[in-house]
Ligand binder design. Structure first.
Ligand SMILES: CCCCCCCCCCCCCCCCCC(=O)SCCNC(=O)CCNC(=O)[C@H](O)C(C)(C)COP(=O)(O)OP(=O)(O)OC[C@H]1O[C@@H](n2cnc3c(N)ncnc32)[C@H](O)[C@@H]1OP(=O)(O)O
Length: 405
């Protein structure tokens, strides 16, 4: 042991106590971004069958038109990276049997971190501290089939410190946002002063195919998914001079639904990414969501009336929200933020729940301005392959001056 500097504390416990934060981790800022192309949902069947040269598949087109209809799907529009020009330049993306993984990964390796950087730049600006104060980065995507991955590129684009501690989550699908926030909570509460940047960026270009072959999963995917990135700064013990806690993360759990392993799957192939969504997904989630919530609150030693809470639920599809609403007996407006995000952006996989948090804080700020009361406690839930349910119990600080950029 050298003789310079302060002596080490006497025990490992003292070192641990000195490292831990005092208070709970909180969401300190939120930013979102989408690619520029907007696709109205009711135009999508015509667009999709035209750009994939598949007008002859009339039955499949009729089916997509039926499911896509915005009244049925609950989706009004989506944002897309892959536009008509990019598809014309990459005709291999249209044929589900033609090897195209290399070209897709090449495109995603640039576009995924770039979109994440747009969302993160907004979050960091709202946070009010320099990007170099970020100590940890958690990056989640289903398009990251390369190393070094998008997290490293994102750190460079944002000018983060070389000492920033990076973690990438890949293929978590729609629970990537929930998982990232849970990890950020652990890091922030166990590392005094840590400021964790969570970034999720999902572009469907890795899994876009024409309808040739008649795969129904593809038709469901074409109905639901859209492109977007969301970023959140998480930290404990906020500096009151600059930082405003939006949502404190009081408690977090993960549950796996028994016998549901095959219900949602994603896998890289030489042709891109294949995925499967069972038609049982809405029912499986509906049947298990209350058990998971009861267990979460029981661990906390409390019970909760579901309608006394606010809700940030991943809008995996209209049927999933309908099932949850029915099973929990939620009042009409309880899932309004989730339904709004589904309507305006579609299902952006792991990113979507960050958009829901952003929408919720906007709605809460608007209600506060009009002197309305909003619940102090709430729940974030996200679902994905497994089937995995991520649950975070949220608490809002007393002064919800929450309007975002
Ligand atoms: C613009 C960009 C496009 C790019 C696309 C590229 C896509 C890339 C995506 C890659 C990402 C993959 C990530 C996977 C991880 C997902 C994680 C989650 O969100 S987890 C959550 C994931 N989300 C979900 O799982 C979505 C949950 N589902 C829903 O919300 C609704 O079912 C609905 C909105 C899809 C349809 O509503 P509604 O119209 O009221 O429903 P009805 O009951 O009346 O059925 C109508 C017709 O559809 C049929 N059919 C339905 N489902 C399935 C199925 N899975 N299977 C087969 N068929 C299905 C049904 O049989 C019927 O057929 P027909 O009799 O007419 O012939």
């Amino acid at each position: 042991m050298g003789s310079m500097g302060k002596a080490l504390p006497a025990t490992v416990d003292e070192i641990r106590r000195a490292q831990r934060a005092e208070g709970p981790a909180a969401v300190l800022a939120i930013g979102t971004a989408n690619p520029p192309t907007i696709m109205p949902q009711d135009d999508y069947p015509d667009y999709y069958f035209r750009v994939t040269n598949s007008e002859h598949l009339t039955d499949l087109k009729a089916k997509l038109s039926r499911i896509c209809n915005h009244n049925k799907s609950g989706i009004r529009q989506r944002y897309l990276h892959l536009n008509e020009e990019l598809l014309a330049a990459n005709p291999g993306f249209i044929d589900p049997k033609r090897p195209s993984l290399d070209e897709r990964v090449e495109m995603a390796s640039a576009a995924v971190p770039e979109l994440a950087a747009k969302a993160a730049t907004k979050a960091i600006a709202e946070w009010g501290r320099p990007a170099t104060d970020i100590t940890h980065l958690i990056f989640s995507t289903y398009s990251g089939a390369r190393a070094p991955s998008g997290d490293r590129r994102l750190a460079s684009l944002l000018g983060l410190r070389p000492t920033v501690s990076r973690t990438i989550l890949n293929l978590h699908g729609c629970y990537g946002g929930g998982r990232s926030l849970q990890l950020a909570k652990e890091i922030a509460e166990n590392n005094r002063g840590a400021r964790v940047l969570v970034a999720c960026s999902e572009l469907t270009l890795i899994a876009f195919y024409g309808p040739e072959g008649g795969c129904v999963d593809n038709i469901i995917g074409q109905t639901l998914f859209g492109d977007g990135a969301g970023a959140v700064v998480v930290g404990a013990d906020p500096d009151a001079a600059v930082e405003r806690p939006l949502f404190e993360m009081a408690f977090a759990t993960q549950t796996t639904i028994p016998e549901s392993e095959d219900a949602i799957s994603m896998q890289y192939s030489k042709c891109g990414m294949e995925y499967h969504l069972s038609s049982k997904v809405p029912r499986l989630i509906g049947c298990n969501v209350e058990r998971s919530l009861v267990d979460t609150f029981r661990t906390l030693g409390v019970t909760a009336a579901w309608n006394d809470l606010f809700w940030a639920v991943h809008p995996g599809g209209r049927a999933i929200l309908d099932n949850i609403e029915e099973v929990l007996g939620l009042e009409d407006d309880k899932l309004a933020a989730s339904r709004h995000v589904l309507s305006e952006f579609g299902n952006m996989s792991g990113t979507t729940v960050i958009f829901v948090l952003d929408e919720l804080r906007r709605r809460r700020a608007a209600a506060a301005k009009q002197g309305g009361e909003t619940p102090e406690w709430g729940v974030l839930m996200a679902f994905g392959p497994g089937i995995t349910i991520e649950t975070i119990v949220l608490h809002t600080p007393s002064n919800p001056e929450l309007e975002g950029n």
